[in-house]
Design a protein around this ligand. Structure first.
Ligand SMILES: *Cc1c(COP(=O)(O)O)cnc(C)c1O
Length: 399
């Protein structure tokens, strides 16, 4: 095995070469070590490895595997984190990171606008184990300040919320959390590793669903928890390796190959999302066009500092004609598909009120701005002119 990783490289170089481990065959493309276990040269060697495994010594794939390790190192280098632990899904990463560090009596402050399963973990599961959870409006710094009391252990939020694309100020919330010694965990899916400065801005732990932009081609579920070496190896790893939410070597290989083209894909997607936002802003069939990278977004200044002006790859449109118009619009599209993933090479549209957020009570939908006319569009890598033309003709048909 050889590891040719230089820490001085820029993110795009890390995305292609970071963490590479070559076997004695000198393969160009990373090897898939599709093995659950590892053979020891002697009984003494086995005993030694169980006592203290070195960097490139593996015991059991639930604990670690060379292909998984390549993925963990590559994305950690990309994100500017010391280390990472790869998980079976994004939710294994969210629930694993929180469960690994929390205990009964701890207090968590979280943004209210969350991915449905994240909300379930915080509201239904952690509270069952005696963790106190308070939800705040993620864009309201005064609400964060009031809620982050000295007994707060952790702060959790999605840096860009789904589906209304509100941006949480990572630096400001981290400052409030760190003043009381709380750990800041950021679910950074919508920012993507390409546009993230979350660690530099103060996040202690960054979590991705690799299912989204990292795979980027809708093939596999995966996730990653990134943080300090101490947090990952002493807090996260013992929890994950014993509870079983580790990533499979085959998935790690899919995600490694995804990282190689991540930057190319998401920059094209973000550019097309901005072009769509520009083409659609002011359209008579729409009451709102929400895109963090567009100058009309309420937090456009924050997007400049936090994401270098890139608003991600997702935009949301609110049709004046409500649910009926939204359904007519979705059904009239010819290029994007109706589905609920995001970050894919294919453009994907979702009607949150009747799908991803269906179970939310009406008052919560109202608070979060999930109106009957709202559709979420994950912009793919198709030609933007074709996408704009298709969306315009479908809006026409939606009436
Ligand atoms: C998709 C998603 C998750 C969950 O990831 P899975 O890979 O589906 O488990 C968590 N948070 C956010 C913001 C997501 O978009």
């Amino acid at each position: 095995m050889s590891d040719s990783t230089s820490k001085d490289w820029k993110p795009r170089t890390h995305a292609v070469h970071g963490g590479t481990r070559r076997s004695q065959y000198g393969e160009v493309s990373e090897a898939i070590f599709l093995t659950q276990g590892f053979v020891y040269d002697s009984a003494e060697a086995a005993a030694q490895r169980f006592q203290a495994a070195g960097e490139d010594e593996f015991i059991y794939a639930r604990y670690g595997n060379p292909t998984v390790r390549m993925f963990e190192e590559r994305i950690a280098l990309l994100e500017g984190a010391e280390d990472g632990f790869a998980t079976a899904s994004g939710m294994a990463a969210v629930s694993g990171a929180l469960s690994a560090m929390l205990k009964a009596g701890d207090r968590v402050v979280s943004a209210r606008a969350l991915f449905g399963s994240c909300l379930y973990v915080l509201e239904e599961i952690l509270t069952r184990y005696g963790v106190e959870v308070e939800f705040v409006d993620g864009t309201d710094l005064e609400a964060w300040e009031a809620a982050i009391t000295p007994d707060t252990t952790a702060v959790f939020f999605e840096s860009i919320s789904n589906p209304t694309l509100e941006v949480v100020d990572i630096a400001a919330v981290s400052k409030l959390a760190h003043a009381v010694g709380a750990t800041v965990l950021v679910d950074n899916v919508f920012a993507t590793p390409a546009f993230s400065n979350a660690i530099a801005q103060g996040a202690d732990v960054v979590i991705y669903s690799a299912t989204k932009h990292i795979d980027g081609q809708g093939r596999a579920l995966g996730g990653i928890i990134l943080g300090t070496r101490d947090f990952i190896r002493k807090t996260v790893e013992p929890y994950m390796k014993h509870t079983g939410g580790s990533m499979s070597p085959f998935t790690a290989w899919v995600m490694l190959k995804g990282l190689e083209t991540l930057d190319l894909r998401v920059r094209v997607q973000a550019g097309s999302a901005l072009a769509l936002a520009e083409a659609l802003t002011g359209h008579t069939a729409l009451s709102r066009v929400i895109f963090p990278g567009h100058s009309s977004h309420a937090q456009h200044a924050l997007v400049q500092t936090q994401m270098g002006g890139k608003g991600g790859t997702v935009l949301s449109l609110d049709l004046k004609g409500g649910q009926e118009a939204a359904f007519r619009f979705l059904n009239a599209l010819t290029i994007p598909v109706i589905s609920n993933n995001l970050g894919d090479a294919k453009s994907i549209l979702t009607h949150p009120a009747t799908t991803t957020h269906q179970r939310l009570p009406q008052d919560q939908k109202d608070i979060l701005g999930i109106t009957p006319g709202l559709v979420r569009m994950s912009v793919g890598i198709e030609d933007p002119d074709d996408l704009i033309a298709d969306v315009l003709q479908a809006l026409e048909k939606a009436g």
